[in-house]
Structures are given as C-alpha cells and as structure tokens.
Design a protein around this ligand. Sequence first.
Ligand SMILES: [Zn+2]
Ligand SMILES: [Zn+2]
Ligand SMILES: [Zn+2]
Length: 501
Amino acid sequence: MVHETCDCQQYRSHCNARSHTTHCLFLDGSTGPRKTTPSSYMIIPRHTSACFCQTSTLSRLLILQSCSQIQECRSIELPLAGEIQIAIRSTGICGSDVSYFKKFANGDLCACQPLSLGHESSGVVVAIGPQVTGFTIGDRVALEVGVPCGQCGICRKGRYNLCKKMRFRSSAKSFPHFQGTLQERINHPAVWCHKLPSHISFDAAALLEPLSVAIHALNRAKPEPGATALVMGAGTVGLLTAAMAQESGCSAVTICDVDQGRVDYALEHGFATHGYVVPRPLHPSSSSSSVVSGISTPGADGAMTPASSILSTLDSRLEGARTLAHDILAVSSSSCSPSVEDVSVHDDEHSPNIDTNNVQDGEEDDEGVDIAFECTGKEVCMHTALYATKPGGKVIMVGMGTPIQTLPMSVPHLREVDILGIFRYANTYATGIRLLSASKRLKQALKGPSGKTLVKRGLPSLDNMVTHRFKGLHRSREAFELASRTVDDEGRLVLKVVIEA
Ligand SMILES: [Zn+2]
Ligand SMILES: [Zn+2]
Ligand SMILES: [Zn+2]
C-alpha cells in the first residue's frame, strides 16, 4: 500500500513522503486500508529511512515531580533505528515505584529530575523504526526495561544485569533518568522487547518482570532434584520464587510471612508446599520476646526502610532468629502438607522462648533446608535464613533494603553455607514466556470432564496474582496508595496492583 491509496486522512495531513509503505492499525486490531470514520482508527506510518514524515503522536504520561504525580501530554517521536513504539497496556506497581511515589527516593537513590514510574510492562507494537526485523504492527510484547551497554566485559559475559552503564526504566540510578512505562506510548529498543503468544494476558506478561527475578534467583541457586527450600517473604517476588523453586525441582518449599493472608494464598494456589506465619510482636516492651516484626515484601529492586526489630541487643536478636528458624523448620519437616502453623498456638500455649515445636532438638547439624531465599531485605530474615540452612547449603539474597547488616558470619563460615547475591535478572524472559505458555497449556490439557484440574503441575496462574486493576493513568494515585497495603478496604488480599491503559 502506498501513501496515495491510504484512506487515512490524518496520515495525509502529516506526512510529506510520497511513496513509503504505511500500516494503519485500527482500534479493533486489524491493519491495512479501509473506509472508516476518522475517530475509529489510529494512524501508524511505518517509518523507513526514506521517510520524511513529520508525524509525531501525542502520548499521555505520568510524571513524578517531587512528591506529586501529574499527568502530562507530550508528543512522542517516531521510533529511531532499532526501536519500536509500544502502546502500553498493563503496568504492575512494584515496591520501588511506591517508594519513589511516597518519598521521591528509593533507599539511598534520590530522583533528581522528574521521573515517570513503572517497569513491569506489556503492550502492543504500534510503530516500527528503521533496521528492525521480526516485529509487525499489532504484535503483543513484554518489555525488558533494563537496557545495558552491550559492549563492556560483563555484558559480553552475558551478565548484563551488572553492567555499570545499565539504564533501567523508572530507576533514578542512571542520569538522565530512563523514564518508566506509565505512559500511553514509549519507544523501546526492539531487542529488549519479547513477543508474547496470544494466550498470555497483558497482566501476566507484566508479571514477567518480577518472575524474571525469581528465575534468575533459581538459575543462581541451582537446586538439586528433591532439594528443600525456604522462602522468607510472600510478596510478589517471594511467591514467584517459591513457585520457581518447585518448578526447578525442589520437592518441599516453605514460605514465611507475617501476613496470614499471603501465606494462605501461597498454599491455596500451589506456590509453596508448606507455610509459616511469623508471629507479630505481642509485647513490644519485652526484650526477651523471640518474635520478630517488620517482614515486608519490597519488589525486585525495591528498597524499603527497615522496620527496627523490637529486640535491642544483637545477642537477643540472634537468639530470636534462631528460635524462629527452628519453628519454621518444624513446620517444613512435617509431612502433612500443606500446613499453616497457627500463630495462636504459639501465643496461647507456649512461652515464645521455649522451642517446643522443634522435633529435631539435638540434631541441629542435620536440620535445615538446602536453599533459603531471603526475599524481604530485612536483617532479621537474613539471620533466620542463615540459621535455617543446612551445612553445605545456600542462602540467596533476593530482597533489598538493608545495605549494611550485622550477620553472624560464623554460621555460614563454619558450615560452608554459600551466600549468593541477586540483582535483577539476565537472560530470563524467554524462559518466563515458555513457562507461562506451558502452564496455561498444561492446565487446559489436564482439565477433566468436570472442568476440574486433574494434576497440578507447572507454574500457578499469574493472572489471579493481579488482585487489583485500575483503568487509566488518571487513577494512579488510588493504585499507588493501594499497592502500599496488604489488604484493601474490604479486607481482601492485595498482591499485585496493575494500571491498565
Ligand atoms: Zn512518513
Ligand atoms: Zn555493559
Ligand atoms: Zn520492581
């Protein structure tokens, strides 16, 4: 189709080119020329090097200035060489977004210019820049929002997540800041866009970003078949890490959180095989209490201000973590799965310091999980993870938020426990898309005549992890406020909040 035969009036009024190819994407998803009313289509010229087109599209975006988020309309240029333009359809809100939203900072990273948020995103290709192959207008894609330099030593080794020149959307780490995806349209390098099969929803595709963190954590942990795992924290990343641990061959996966609703969710939906609800502090004035507080679940690169433990001295804090580890392991080793340790049992029947639940007293060297994933960023959870890991095991640091921690290093030292750090992810999207496709197909195939799933295998559905959806950028304030809570006004669990276009 050439310019002259296109019935798109808007295109003609903006474009000076005489003979380049155009693609019109209609709102119903079809492409090509046809008779229609001007309001029912968007005009998408395919930009080529021969094109002198002046067309730029207006795109709304949310921009955070200090602590107020305002909506702006800016024109967006056609994609440059190697880029495609994406109409964003779904963006999940991460702990780091909430932190910028509230404080204009994330941990010790302060935004120093207006910043738009959002980095868990999916959308539809609406324009294609020069020198891009393999994409068609209308393709559904997930965005990998971290763009590394691709040239340096660590990039050439494939560990591009560690590239010093990495630009990551919605993070204030690079300057000028690489803007987030809470925009109607963005131009993004085509090599960092991943095509989606039609049966993966935009919401599930947005969750590929936190799923990538979990995949990367398991790639680093390399569990042996039948290994046991502990996951501290049942937020999005903790849940996905637990699911990936099972997917990677772990036979028993215990998940812990202070929030009963999240632990119940993990067990009901098959994310974990065992659950433990960490008791909240009952007597804040008592320094001998073994209970801990402050487990929360920031996202992949999320950083939250650590809640201070109610325990004052290091010795008593460590003693509390050791007791907690024993209590968790007692639940992990129970055969009646799934099981949720009832908090009230601890509170009513036992003194918190007496570890009556530990059936393995006296065999301390043998107890413990093979791999512990710390997904909260809290020091007390790192202590607990170290105590709960068996000799020769691994502790994987996934959660962020406490840059300087005091750890009992003799525990990993004398028992040869490997501590591995996790920073975002690399080379994970293809795996994530394959897993989402497979779990969807498997569940359909395994549905019996009654419609009930016969065998539970593959990843749990990510669609129902999205507990709250807000339509339109103008509802972002509500979305961000809800994303910082664990239950909504009706008392329902809040896991992942998304903003849909
Ligand atoms: Zn043009
Ligand atoms: Zn690099
Ligand atoms: Zn994140």
